[in-house]
Design a binder for this molecule. Structure first.
Ligand code: HEM
Ligand code: HEM
Length: 226
C-alpha cells in the first residue's frame, strides 16, 4: 500500500487558502476606513464567488469535498466523541460542524454586505432597493456577524493546534499538499484525482453568477450629485 494518499483535491485547497486570506483582508479593509472601501467591496465579491464555488463543489467535487460525505449527523458526532482516536480521511464530525458554520457565517456576512452603505459615498449594489426594514436588518447582520466569524476562526485554529501538539497530526500540511499518511485509512479513502476540468467549469459558473448578482441584476444607482 502507498505511504500517502491524496485526500484534499487541489481546487478545495486553493479555495481554503484564498478564502482564509480574503477574510483577513476584508477585516483589514473594513478597519482602514473609507480609502480602502473599494477594495473591501471587491474582496467581498471575490469571497461570494469562492463560497458559490464551494457550495457547488460540495455536490460535484471529489469524495472528501462532498457535503454528504462529512455531514455531521448526531450519530456520527456521538461516535466521534466516544472514540476520538478514530482516524478520518476527510473532516471529522466535529470539525465538519465548524466547516458548515464557517461557510454559513461568511455567506451571511457577504450577502448582507450587498445591502449596506458606509454612510459616506460607497454602498453595496442592493442598498436602498429592498426597503428600509431589510436594509436595517442587513446592516445589523453585517456589523455583528463578523464577531462570530472571528470566534469560529479562533476555535478552528485552536482545534488545528490541538491536533498538531497533542495528537501529533499535522492537518495543515495536508491542507497544503493534499496528502495524508495512509496509516489507518482504506484504499478507497484516496481520491483518484482533483477533477480539475469540472472545477474549471464550476469556477466559471460561480464568476458568471456573481457578475450577474452584483453588476447585471442590481437596480440602477440613484444620482444625487449632478
Ligand atoms: C493559519 C490559519 C489557518 C489554518 C492553519 C487552517 C487550516 C485548516 C485545515 C488543516 C483544515 C482541514 C481541517 C480538517 O482536516 O478537517 C481547514 C479547513 C477549513 N478552514 Fe481553515 N485554516 C486557517 C484559517 C482559516 C480561516 C481564516 C478560515 C475562514 C473562515 C478558514 C476556513 C476553513 C474552512 C471553511 C475549512 C473547510 C474546508 C472545506 O472543506 O471547504 N480557515 N483549515
Ligand atoms: C464575506 C465578506 C465580507 C466580510 C468578511 C466583511 C466584513 C466587514 C466588517 C468586519 C465590517 C466592519 C463592521 C464594523 O465596523 O463592525 C464591514 C463593513 C462594511 N462592509 Fe463588509 N464584509 C464583507 C463583504 C462585503 C460586501 C460584499 C460589501 C458590499 C458590496 C460590503 C460592504 C461593507 C460596507 C459598506 C461596510 C461599512 C464600512 C464603514 O461604515 O466604514 N462588505 N465589512
Amino acid at each position: 500500500m502507498k505511504k500517502n494518499f491524496l485526500i484534499w483535491d487541489l481546487p478545495l485547497r486553493l479555495f481554503h487558502w484564498s478564502f482564509a486570506a480574503s477574510i483577513m483582508l476584508l477585516w483589514l479593509t473594513s478597519e482602514l476606513g473609507t480609502d480602502y472601501i473599494d477594495w473591501h467591496l471587491k474582496l467581498g465579491y471575490f469571497v461570494l464567488t469562492l463560497v458559490s464555488f464551494r457550495l457547488v463543489w460540495g455536490f460535484v467535487g471529489p469524495q472528501h469535498a462532498r457535503f454528504f460525505s462529512f455531514f455531521p449527523t448526531p450519530r456520527k458526532v456521538i461516535s466521534y466523541l466516544k472514540n476520538k482516536d478514530q482516524v478520518y480521511a476527510g473532516h471529522n464530525p466535529v470539525g465538519s460542524l465548524m466547516v458548515f458554520a464557517m461557510l454559513l457565517l461568511v455567506l451571511v456576512q457577504g450577502v448582507s454586505g450587498l445591502f449596506v452603505d458606509d454612510e459616506v459615498f460607497t454602498s453595496g449594489p442592493y442598498f436602498n432597493s429592498a426597503g428600509a426594514e431589510i436594509d436595517s436588518l442587513m446592516r445589523t447582520l453585517h456589523f455583528n456577524t463578523f464577531d462570530f466569524i472571528l470566534a469560529a476562526i479562533a476555535l478552528h485554529i485552536a482545534a488545528i493546534a490541538f491536533y498538531k501538539i497533542i495528537k501529533k497530526q499535522n492537518l495543515t500540511k495536508a491542507m497544503v499538499t493534499g496528502q495524508k499518511s495512509s496509516q489507518g485509512l482504506k484504499e478507497s479513502d484516496e481520491i483518484p484525482h482533483s477533477k480539475l476540468f469540472v472545477a474549471f467549469i464550476v469556477a466559471i459558473l460561480a464568476c458568471a453568477f456573481i457578475y450577474w448578482l452584483v453588476v447585471i441584476n442590481p437596480p440602477p444607482l440613484e444620482e444625487f450629485y449632478y
